[in-house]
Write a protein that binds this ligand. Structure first.
Ligand code: C2E
Ligand code: MG
Ligand code: MG
Length: 764
């Protein structure tokens, strides 16, 4: 029998058709054979179809297996415990796990937290059938780490399969994506940092292209910073076509490129409002990993305000220095700067072998002006005096104010010491000219002492001390003049210093005494009282004049106990005289000073003494110098009124030199004014003296005051005074001040001449 297997399917189909056609006409037994054959052929054809289908199936399965194995996506099938039941080749490669290994645990390759997350995800997916995605870190050290994303989907085996339910996981390697994302996040972070900087920051390439900007720089660039435009740094902010240059816009790039160091430049902008704006640009090199310079990192900072503040600070410092070295009242150098200038002048003089003169100038009786006219006028006088001095010296010479009314003048590089004389003379003469202050004309003279370098001293201190001593000499010799220093002045100055110590002990050592100068009534010729004048018997110096220590006592405060002593001594003396029948109607006049009349207890102290002594208050009178009253008009007025109420006459001493105004005079409850000696001195020839004496007498009469003239030395003076209506006088014409016993004798011996017209009362 023919084997159909060897025939092709087409031949078999042809044979089958032929057999079916023959079967209609064939005999029974032939037909049976033919049907058998037909059946056989049909079976063969069916077999062939089945085989073909099976082969197609196998081929498809192989293809699927290939697809599965070589798919670009890694697949694993996991059971609920995270065991890998199956995986494709890609997964095996990705995970580095042999496929032959029997069900390895995926979770063992994960970090513990990720392993736990995987197990719970698997549980949920298997239970709910919901897909889940999960990111894990695969690979524990020392194996390289990878970031994986797992997409989990439940996998149901076929209905007839008894395999357990599992999870198919597609594994995506996201290591690079994650790294890139981290990089981007870091970039964003860095950008946000530089954006957070308020100053504009730009990264600029060597071709001036802006590679990176922060928000502030972008803001400045404005529309110039269009995307996809090659923005150049100079175009971005200055709208220029070429790199910055010139003094207003220097470019830091060349320095950074050549030197590789940080470069700072200053840009000067003009704002639309016309204000200058200073921008500091700091360029630091931008380098690659190998250190090559790729451009610069530029930060810009507006330092306009900073510069303004620095400028202001400098100005303040300058002002502070000026204040520290300048006398605020006159604008002259103060003691500090003077010391410095003199030191410099001495150094230069030593180098260049020449002389330096130091002039110490003190205004005469400035204290009186200050006390009587007040400090504002005093200040104005000092200012005018300073200005006057400045105009009289050369530019290189220093005029300084040491304090109060003390000035110094440094005359540098003198050829000979005598050259200082004409300058001092010029200054003294200049001060003879009156000063005009607030419509007042004031005469303020000056006394000057001169010391010379090197003969009078080699250092600042010695020269100042010696010029000061010379100035005192000038004062003692009548003021309004100058004196050169001589060595014996130092001895005098030293005596001045020890005078204070001696004065402190004088009361305790009973070195004071009182002399009494009689006061006469020109009309009756009688002695109507006396003035008590203090004398100091210094153990070494002999008699010291009150003018030489009263001011010292005043400034040291020693005057208070001295005055108390004077009042008590004079009152006791008067009590004695009265007991002896002398001066039954007269009064003893005591001098009080500035400190006394400032004391609120003055009247009580005087009354206590009078009570203690038992003297009638009318037997005591008080004199206060005009300048001292005017220095403290309020407390003076209070004390004068108080004393006056007690019956003690108060007089203004040295009247006419203290600039007291008529109003203040009227306000004070004084009873007596004493014409100053200096006005009496010129009588009757000096027209000015006469006019003043006349005016004072008329004023006294108009105000109902007793007018006393002191320092009457000649009969002509006495005659003039009497003629003008001044009845009471004291002076050498009658007697100088006498010790108590001598005074008593004087009074006893005095025989008043007959009341007579002018000129009749003559001195003994
Ligand atoms: P003063 O109160 O104006 O006293 C008059 C001064 O003139 C006295 O000088 C007196 O000796 C002097 N004198 C008197 N007659 C003549 C004269 O005819 N010609 C001249 N050239 N001078 C004459 P003294 O005693 O040196 O006193 C000077 C000043 O010292 C006094 O001036 C007075 O302000 C003050 N003084 C004197 N004694 C005291 C005192 O006990 N207490 C206080 N606080 N000051 C006193
Ligand atoms: Mg007096
Ligand atoms: Mg006087």
């Amino acid at each position: 029998m023919t084997s159909f297997r060897d025939l092709s399917s087409r031949a078999l189909n042809d044979l089958l058709d032929a057999l079916r056609r023959e079967a209609q006409n064939a005999h029974e037994h032939t037909r049976v054979v033919q049907e058998l054959q037909t059946h056989q052929i049909e079976l063969e054809l069916q077999n062939r179809e089945l085989r073909a289908a099976q082969q197609a199936l196998e081929e498809s399965r192989d293809r699927y297996a290939d697809l599965y194995d070589f798919a670009p996506v890694a697949y694993v099938t996991l059971d609920c415990r995270g065991r890998i039941l199956q995986m494709n080749l890609t997964a095996a490669q990705l995970l580095g796990i042999e496929r032959e290994q029997a069900h390895p645990f995926l979770r063992r390759h994960l970090a513990p937290a990720d392993a736990r997350a995987l197990l719970s995800s698997l549980g949920r997916v298997l239970n709910t059938g919901q897909e889940e995605s999960l990111e894990v870190e695969f690979g524990r050290p020392p194996h390289p780490r990878r970031d994986l994303r797992l997409l989990l989907r439940r996998e149901r085996p076929g209905a007839d399969s008894d395999a357990p339910v599992a999870c198919r996981a597609a594994l995506l390697d996201i290591t690079e994506t994650k790294a890139r994302a981290a990089l981007l996040a870091q970039q964003d972070f860095l950008q946000s940092i530089i954006d957070g900087v308020a100053d504009p920051i730009r990264v600029i390439g060597t071709d001036y292209r802006v590679l990176l900007m922060n928000a502030a720089a972008r803001g400045l660039a404005g529309s110039a910073a269009r995307p996809n435009t090659a923005l150049r740094c100079y175009g971005a902010t200055h709208g220029r076509d070429t790199p910055c240059e010139g003094p207003d816009y220097p470019c830091p790039m060349p320095d950074v490129l050549t030197g590789g160091a940080v470069s700072k430049v200053l840009h000067r902008h003009q704002t639309p409002a016309g204000q200058t704006q200073w921008i500091e640009l700091i360029g630091s090199p931008l380098r690659d990993a190998r250190g090559r310079i790729l451009g610069l990192i530029e930060s810009a900072h507006d330092i306009t305000r900073h510069l303004q503040l620095t400028e202001q600070l400098k100005e303040n410092e300058l002002q502070l220095t000026r204040l520290a070295e300048q006398d605020p009242l006159t604008g002259l150098p103060n003691r500090l700067l003077f010391n410095d200038r003199l030191r410099q002048a001495l150094r230069r003089a030593q180098r260049e072998q020449h002389l330096v003169a130091l002039l110490f100038l003190d205004l005469d009786r400035f204290k009186d002006i200050n006390d009587s006219l007040g400090h504002p006028i005093g200040d104005a006088v000092l200012r005018l005096a300073a200005a006057r001095m400045r105009t009289l010296v050369r530019d290189g010479d220093t005029v300084a104010r040491l304090g109060g009314d003390e000035f110094t003048i440094i005359l540098g590089d003198l050829a000979q010491g005598g050259d200082a004389g004409p300058v001092a003379h010029k200054l003294v003469e200049a001060f003879k000219q009156p000063l005009e202050v607030n419509d007042r004309v004031l005469y303020v003279t000056a006394s000057i002492g001169i010391s010379l370098y090197p003969q009078d001293g080699a250092d600042v201190e010695t020269l100042v001390r010696n010029a000061d001593a010379a100035m005192y000499q000038a004062k003692e010799q009548g003021r309004d003049t100058f004196r050169f220093y001589t060595a014996d002045m130092t001895t005098n100055a030293l005596a001045q210093v020890s005078l204070e110590t001696a004065l402190r002990q004088a009361l305790a050592k009973e070195e004071f005494s009182l002399s009494y100068q009689p006061q006469h009534d020109l009309e009756t010729g009688r002695i109507i009282g006396c003035e008590a004048l203090i004398r100091w018997h210094h153990p070494v110096l002999g008699i010291v004049e009150p003018n030489d220590f009263i001011h010292l006592a005043e400034s040291t405060g020693l005057i208070i106990p001295i005055s108390t002593w004077v009042v008590r001594t004079a009152a006791t003396q008067m009590k004695t005289w009265r007991a002896q029948g002398l001066l039954a109607h007269g009064a003893v006049s005591v001098n009080l000073s500035s400190r006394d009349i400032q004391s609120p207890n003055l009247a009580e102290t005087v009354v206590d003494i009078l009570d203690e002594v038992g003297l009638d208050p009318h037997a005591l009178a008080v004199e206060i110098t005009e300048t001292w009253i005017m220095a403290r008009p309020e407390s003076a007025a209070f004390n004068i009124l108080h004393l006056q109420t007690l019956g003690i006459d108060v007089g203004i001493d040295d009247f006419g030199v203290g600039y007291s105004s008529l109003t203040s005079l009227k306000r004070l409850a004084v009873r007596v004014i004493k014409i100053d000696r200096s006005f009496v001195a010129g009588l009757p020839d000096d027209a000015e003296g006469c006019a003043i004496a006349r005016a004072v007498i008329a004023l006294g009469q108009a105000l109902g005051l007793k007018v006393v003239a002191e320092g009457v030395e000649t009969q002509a003076q006495a005659d003039f005074l009497q003629r003008e209506g001044c009845r009471i006088v004291q002076g050498y014409l009658f007697s100088s001040a006498l010790p108590a016993a001598e005074f008593a004798a004087y009074v006893r011996d005095w025989i008043p001449p007959q009341a007579a017209p002018c000129g009749a009362v003559a001195a003994p």
